[in-house]
Design a protein around this ligand. Structure first.
Ligand code: PLP
Length: 393
């Protein structure tokens, strides 16, 4: 057996591991430093009570003869698929267009196996590293077309660069830039995909943070069902990063542009082959999150993280050009000439704050840092104070 040769083309270390190692090294040298970590996009607030109770009940039922359940449907509990169809998509989809999974990251990787050999995959640059890494590991580096998204183009990529692609990954609102594509921009993308026969994969992992009146899903725009798959997640929405629960929508209307056959049956086949379904306990937690009470509780948490981001943003604004903190709890800081890792080191050494180097999200992230508003309020206030007094050399 030989190594998959594409491993030679992916970054050796996953971005967050590298950050973690630097942080640990710094702490070994400075054990008394009061380090503030604004680097990882992980939820920190306790689970909503409604969700915890539903999972407790589900676990207790498993200890009874009548309530025990073994394997569930590979595509997820019908009740949960119905709830997602109704609460997230206002009844636009039937449950057999919604597939439950144990994480958006899992499905990003799995989706790659749908695309035939030689497929070209366009990816927003910067973006969540899994799109690039899974594309390279599965299809090789030549499959990738990067789409720079920078302040100069208002983080909306040049569509001409995507003309050679078969698949376009978008993330709206975007991690790390926070940029949300508005109705007009989504419409433009859908028209482009329709005209040039592309499939869009839209990652909406952060859409729960988006304010009312703005697009929460690519399917909020006419025509998307014919060209787009959407991935959603309970991770940031309801604090399920450790519990694991997500969904993917593959509409019946969506076809392979070349064969003109529907993608949905292949995805059903693929999921049933590679997977035996998400934990039924987490699915009951997901159902509770979508109840009226659950939604009210998780909305408060989302507002809390956005307030954290607003506090950080106020701290940053005097010294740095700052984007974001509005549609996601992430700030995207422009460094004006400094490299991402130089700025990372300087912030760590002089301010005792751990950020995420923008370069880790793609070449167009060079010269930026990402700061995360996931954390305790006191931590954010302290970080904001330190940032307000900080200047890069
Ligand atoms: N998509 C984006 C844009 C993310 O930022 C993340 C996690 O940070 C994920 C997907 C992963 O989500 P999940 O926890 O559902 O695997």
């Amino acid at each position: 057996m030989r190594r998959n040769r594409h491993f030679y083309d992916v970054a050796e270390k996953y971005l967050f591991l590298e950050v973690q190692e630097k942080k640990e090294f710094f702490l070994q040298k400075n054990p008394d430093a009061k380090l503030i970590s604004l680097c990882v996009g992980d939820t920190t607030e306790p689970l909503a009570q409604t969700i915890a109770e539903a999972m407790q009940e589900s676990a207790s039922n498993m200890a009874t003869s009548s309530g025990y359940c073994g394997y569930g449907p590979e595509v997820g509990l019908l009740k949960l698929r119905l709830a997602i169809a109704e609460k997230i998509y206002n009844g636009q989809f039937s449950p057999d267009e919604i597939f439950i999974s144990d994480g958006a990251a899992t499905d990003i990787g799995r989706l790659q196996t749908l695309f035939g050999a030689g497929s070209k995959i366009a990816i927003q640059d910067p973006s969540y590293p899994a799109y690039l890494d899974t594309s390279i590991i599965t299809h090789g580096k030549k499959s990738v077309i990067l789409l720079p998204c920078t302040p100069e183009n208002n983080f909306f990529f040049d569509l001409n660069r995507a003309k050679k692609a078969d698949i376009i990954f978008i993330c709206s609102p975007n991690n790390p830039t926070d940029r949300l594509y508005n109705y007009k921009e989504l419409d433009l993308l859908i028209q482009f995909a329709t005209e040039y026969k592309k499939v869009i994969i839209c990652d909406s992992a952060y859409s729960f943070f988006v304010q009312e009146g703005l697009p929460h899903s690519i399917y909020d725009v006419e025509g998307a069902k014919n060209v787009a798959i959407e991935i959603g997640s309970f991770s940031k929405m309801a604090g399920f990063t450790g519990i694991r629960l997500s969904w993917t929508v593959v509409p019946h209307a969506l076809c392979y542009p070349k064969e003109k056959t529907p993608i949905n049956p292949d995805w059903t086949r693929l999921v049933s082959t590679f997977y035996n379904g998400a934990s039924c306990i987490s699915q009951h937690g997901g159902l509770a999150a979508l109840s009226d009470q659950g939604l009210a509780e998780i909305k408060k948490q989302a507002a809390f993280y956005l307030q954290n981001a607003a506090i950080l943003k106020r701290g940053c604004e005097a010294s740095f050009e700052t984007f974001g903190g509005v549609n996601t709890p992430y700030l995207w800081i422009a460094l004006k000439g400094k490299s991402s890792w130089q700025a990372f080191d300087e912030l760590l050494e002089r301010c005792h704050i751990v950020a995420t180097p923008g370069i880790g999200f793609g070449p167009s992230g060079e010269g930026f840092l990402r700061l995360s508003g996931f954390g305790a309020r006191k931590t954010m206030e302290e970080a904001a104070q330190r940032l307000a007094q900080f200047q890069f050399t």
